[in-house]
Design a protein around this ligand. Sequence first.
Ligand SMILES: C[S@@+](CC[C@H](N)C(=O)[O-])C[C@H]1O[C@@H](n2cnc3c(N)ncnc32)[C@H](O)[C@@H]1O
Length: 288
Amino acid sequence: MMTGTDTAWVAPANADQLKAWDTTEGVFWAEQAELFEHSLERYDDWLLRAAAIREGDRVLDVGCGTGSTTRAAAWLTGSGTALGVDLSSPMLAVAADRARDTGAGNATYLQADAQVHPFQSESFDVLLSRTGCTFFGDPVAAFTNLARATKPGGRLALLVWQPPSQNPWFTELTTALAAGRTLPTPPPEAPSPFALADPARVADILTTAGFATPECEALKEPMYWGPDVPTALHFTLGVLGWLLDDLDADARTRALTNLRRTLVAHYTWDDGVTFPSAAWLVTSRKLA
Ligand SMILES: C[S@@+](CC[C@H](N)C(=O)[O-])C[C@H]1O[C@@H](n2cnc3c(N)ncnc32)[C@H](O)[C@@H]1O
């Protein structure tokens, strides 16, 4: 495995993502793999149905993380293969262990920058990604590289977030941790979970890259944040705890109180802590 300090194998525009995902952020995701995988589970059937994986297909899972969707693809393709690519060595180590433990022997994993990795041309029948395609420094270059790797007519199925305004898991939690501050809003097109939130931009990127005009289906599902409030608190601080960095002790206490209240408001005995969320299911085909 390569490390976050050796950046020679990633596009320069993705070096910061490598540092984040291969170190602190990736280590936390790897430790909390079960919860992260479960958190978006309600979207998995939508994504897998859209990918329409058939016996013998060769599937590429982009930004596969700890590999839940790669494993599912591997089971669905039977005699075919599922390759998960990701920047994060700690997350890929978990993915490989879980594939072995669950009998997904035809799932393999590769640490690579999907934007520039020299995949064999026209070698995949299906490209899928569960929120792993929104961090590219140059999305047109990345999807052009992915289109080159896909067979003509090959299927594309992506799950991407709708804008923050449609995602209370993000707005309510960041508002709680802001403790009264106005947080800077990054440009909507910067690499982030929300970089593909605008369907017009998605269509522009994909058609420039060599895919057919995509369909973007609006989905709304609850996002699971843990079985109880303490677990959800720990999970939130792992994902968004950097928002506390600049706060003095009083503001920090206020932020943590706000956070706890927000999580309690979303807790039920039956379902644990859940937040409303909204995503786009993006589907397309590689043009012949
Ligand atoms: C939000 S996580 C999603 C992980 C997984 N698909 C899931 O749903 O649990 C985004 C993933 O994309 C990966 N990623 C970001 N940029 C990438 C790139 N240029 N090439 C490959 N993977 C990338 C990250 O390392 C991270 O694991």
